[in-house]
Structure formats: structure tokens, C-alpha cells
Design a protein around this ligand. Sequence first.
Ligand SMILES: Cc1cc2nc3c(=O)[nH]c(=O)nc-3n(C[C@H](O)[C@H](O)[C@H](O)COP(=O)(O)OP(=O)(O)OC[C@H]3O[C@@H](n4cnc5c(N)ncnc54)[C@H](O)[C@@H]3O)c2cc1C
Length: 303
Amino acid sequence: MDRKFLDRVTEIIDKERVFTDEPMSRHTTFRIGGPADCFVCPETVDEVQKVVRLCNEMDMPFYLLGNGSNLLVGDKGFRGVIVRLYKQMDKIEVSGTKIRAQAGALLVKVASEACRNGLTGLEFAGGIPGTLGGAVVMNAGAYGGEMKNVLEEVTVLTREGELLTLSKEELELGYRTSIVGRRGYIALEAVLQLEKKDAKEIREYMNELREKRTTKQPLEYASAGSTFKRPEGHFAGQLIEQAGLRGFRVGDAQVSEKHCGFLINRGNATAEDVVELMREVTVKVEEKFGVTLEPEVKKLGEF
Ligand SMILES: Cc1cc2nc3c(=O)[nH]c(=O)nc-3n(C[C@H](O)[C@H](O)[C@H](O)COP(=O)(O)OP(=O)(O)OC[C@H]3O[C@@H](n4cnc5c(N)ncnc54)[C@H](O)[C@@H]3O)c2cc1C
């Protein structure tokens, strides 16, 4: 990593929160990924803004990371700076039926805070292991709910370092997409609009959904959740299963036997294994059903 860049970045961010050659396998739920040249953990909006400006000034590629739960990082890692918004910048404030939370807050924490305050609308998010920032970018959803239904506004930083507040309409939320992801904005904070309901009823429903996840999903293995998007009129997992691929393996990457929509890491899978498995699954499903599977998981870095 460029020495000049490191000197400058440690003037912005305390050196205890700046890492070099940081293995990305430590920061993705797939437990896969080579080293990032530089990995920084800002604690304030001001720090994020300054790091982004520095990267622009020094022509340094940068990438925003939440909890890495929808990410496949290449075995050779990432040449540039990972800016991680998770564990820091995780404040959650409840006021009436609104929740204002920072992008680094875990979605499950926001959902449980909503429940504690008798606020309904976020029960679906109880088992999604990402940050609020990642959930905005992906318009995360489950069990008939999605971020689109609860988001009121999101404050972002543009790639050029300008702060903007986007309304629900301006966010252009669609199936696993938003303008935040398309434009490469950095989500900093979101306001959610929820409704009052009995906390006990909310808790019961959340427990029911958690139970469903535990019985249906291979949570005992590292993965990035559903690897493919739901193709129009189908379920990816069902197509993969009907193509005879349950348990199909490349190295230590495998189509889960429990839920074929999940590709899992059985322990020592490489990004190359996962990419090859994704390719084989896509080809076989296309041959059998004429349906093209599109990855939901984002790829990053050198493979
Ligand atoms: C076991 C399991 C179950 C899952 N179940 C679901 C589910 O039911 N529904 C669902 O929708 N998803 C699910 N997922 C996928 C994943 O949890 C979601 O997509 C989540 O929203 C990703 O958040 P993250 O913080 O981990 O994002 P990351 O994986 O870190 O990043 C994902 C994308 O968002 C970008 N990003 C992250 N934070 C920011 C930010 N602050 N500003 C700008 N860009 C940012 C990244 O650059 C990247 O492009 C599951 C994953 C796992 C492992």
C-alpha cells in the first residue's frame, strides 16, 4: 500500500482503526476473500467524508463494506481501501413511531429495538445478518416485507463527498436494488417510519420467522444467504433442486442440501470454488429450464 496514502489516512483515522493487508475472509459471512490493501473503520460522518475526499484526491479505489453478508471477495483480495461501516456508526434512536439509525447498525438490532418499543413493520428483518446501510443498498427483504415499506429517507454521501438526503421516492427501491447501490453512494443514516402495535405480538411473530429460518436455512455453514436473485415467476432454490443439483460440490463450495438457493462454504472453499459452482449451477439451470439465474451476491476484488 502506498506509504503516502497511509500517512495521510492515519491523520484522519486513528491508526488503531487502519489496517493493511487485512484478510477479507474475516469480514465476510462466506469466510472467503484475500487481503485488502487498506481497511479503515471510520467512527464519524466527518471521517467518512475526509477518507472519501482523500481517496478521490489520490486516485485510490475504495469500497463500502457493511457486515459482508452479501459479498464474495476474490482470493487475491482487493487493491484499494475498504471503508467499513459496521460496529462503529451504529447509533439507533427511537422517537414516536420513527427510528433514526446510522448505517453501521445491525439490522437485527434495529428490528429488536423496534419490537421493544412496540413498533411494527420491521419484523421481516429480524434474521437478516446485514447492516442497515447494506439493507438500504440491497432493499433487503424477506417473508413479504422489504426495506421499501419502512424507509422514509436516507442520508448519503456521494462519491464526490457531497451530503444528500434522499426521500423514499428518490431512493428508487426495487427488487434487491436502490439508487444508493446504482450510483455508488455511501449510506450514512436512515429514518424508518413504523406503526404502533403490541410488543408481545411483534415478538411472537419475530420468533416464528426466526424458527422458519433456522429450520429451512443452512445457518450452521458460512454463506452469503441466497446466492441468486429470484427469477421472475420462479424460485432459484427450486430450479436448482429440480436441475438435480442438491448437494452438488466444487471443492469445499456446495449447493446446500438443506436449501438449494444457498451456496455454502463447508470450511475451506475458495472464491474460485464458489465462482465455478455458480457458473455450473447457472449453466445447468439454463439448459434444463431456459431460465438465466442472476447473482444476488456482489463480487469484489481480484479472483
Ligand atoms: C444467512 C443469511 C441470510 C440472509 N437472508 C437474507 C434475507 O432474508 N433477505 C435479504 O434481502 N438478504 C439476506 N441476506 C443477505 C444480506 O444479509 C443482505 O443483503 C444485507 O442487506 C447485506 O448487508 P451487509 O451490511 O452485510 O452488506 P455487505 O455485504 O457488506 O455489502 C452489500 C452491498 O452493499 C454495499 N454497502 C454496504 N454498506 C453500505 C453503505 N453504508 N453505503 C453504501 N453501500 C454499502 C456494499 O458495497 C455491497 O455492494 C442473508 C445473508 C445471510 C448470510
